[in-house]
Design a protein around this ligand. Structure first.
Ligand SMILES: C[S@@+](CC[C@H](N)C(=O)[O-])C[C@H]1O[C@@H](n2cnc3c(N)ncnc32)[C@H](O)[C@@H]1O
Length: 280
């Protein structure tokens, strides 16, 4: 594990128990959850519904205690969390079990998909062919965004969707935070500054990452309401975005859609002839 990933592991282990304990933390989770649920159609996954319980697999990467799983759980049939912090994984699994979910419906494992060699424990059908892979508020903690997109895309099924929720650039705000920290160096525990690699992302950065990662149908939304974080060093504001892109269908999948469309057209024509016949 790289030194940077190790810093993340340690810091989030320290944060895990108190991760959802403060009102601002719960507010942030529900902002993200509401934003995703309101944009369910825009996300573009064929979700499971009461009438159609088709299999829909969610990968909640950098899952923490499971905020994304909770937000999108009602629309999928299985949820797989992965996180580098074993304490976060423990919290996720405790929460899933106490909600009455069986481990085959929702569970998390410790892992780092961005390691030089992806561990064997993250291989096998359970970790492949996701309909949707989501990273909620984790992307700015990743060392190499291009590698992260590549490794996540590999886990999607053809036509699967990659969804990122993160912050737009907060460089100026970060400067002010550094000043606050200098005034009170012991205020933050753990020191999160060594776990953050990127001070947010612009739409153009994201679009390039998605396109270079082989995704299509890029789309981006900025949330109206800012996130407010009451950190020990002071109050911090962030603007949230959601980015989405789709892994292309296989050639066979594209042909099936093409022929399916032709069949629909043909049956539409037959249908309109029949309706015309009826009309006579
Ligand atoms: C800010 S938390 C977000 C947790 C959760 N997704 C949410 O929305 O509340 C970031 C998470 O990313 C995890 N993380 C950081 N680097 C990671 C990596 N390389 N692989 C997997 N998880 C990572 C941390 O352990 C932490 O749980």
């Amino acid at each position: 594990m790289s030194a940077f990933s190790e810093a993340n592991r340690k810091a989030f282990n320290d944060l895990s128990e108190a991760y959802n304990s403060k009102p601002w933390q719960r507010k942030l989770s529900s902002q993200v959850s509401d934003a995703l649920q309101e944009r369910k159609d825009w996300i573009g996954v064929q979700w499971a519904t009461e009438d159609n319980k088709r299999e829909v697999k969610l990968l909640d990467y950098a899952c923490g205690t499971g905020a994304i799983t909770k937000a999108l759980g009602p629309y999928v049939t299985s949820m797989q969390g992965i996180d580098i912090s074993e304490k976060m994984v423990e919290e996720y699994n405790k929460a899933a079990l106490s909600s009455g979910l069986q481990p085959e419906q929702a569970s998390a494992v410790v892992g780092d998909l961005f390691a030089e060699k992806v561990p064997d424990s993250l291989e096998g059908p359970r970790f492949q062919n996701f309909d949707v892979a989501v990273v909620g508020l984790g992307f700015h903690h990743f060392e190499d965004p291009a590698l992260a997109v590549k490794r996540l895309v590999e886990r999607l099924k053809p036509t699967g969707v990659l969804l990122l929720v993160d912050f737009v650039p907060f460089g100026e705000e970060r400067k002010r935070e550094e000043e606050l920290r200098a005034q009170n160096p012991d205020a933050d525990f753990p020191d999160m500054s060594r776990t953050i690699k990127h001070n947010g992302f612009e739409r153009a950065d994201m679009e390039k990452l998605f396109t270079n990662g082989g995704l299509e149908d890029f789309s981006w939304a900025v949330l109206d309401e800012q996130a407010v974080m009451e950190l020990p060093k002071g109050t911090v504001h962030r603007t949230l975005f959601i980015a989405r892109g789709r892994r292309p269908a296989t050639v066979w999948g594209k042909l099936t859609t093409w022929f399916g469309g032709m069949q629909d057209q043909a049956s539409g024509q037959v249908g309109s002839v029949m309706r015309a016949d009826h009309g006579r």
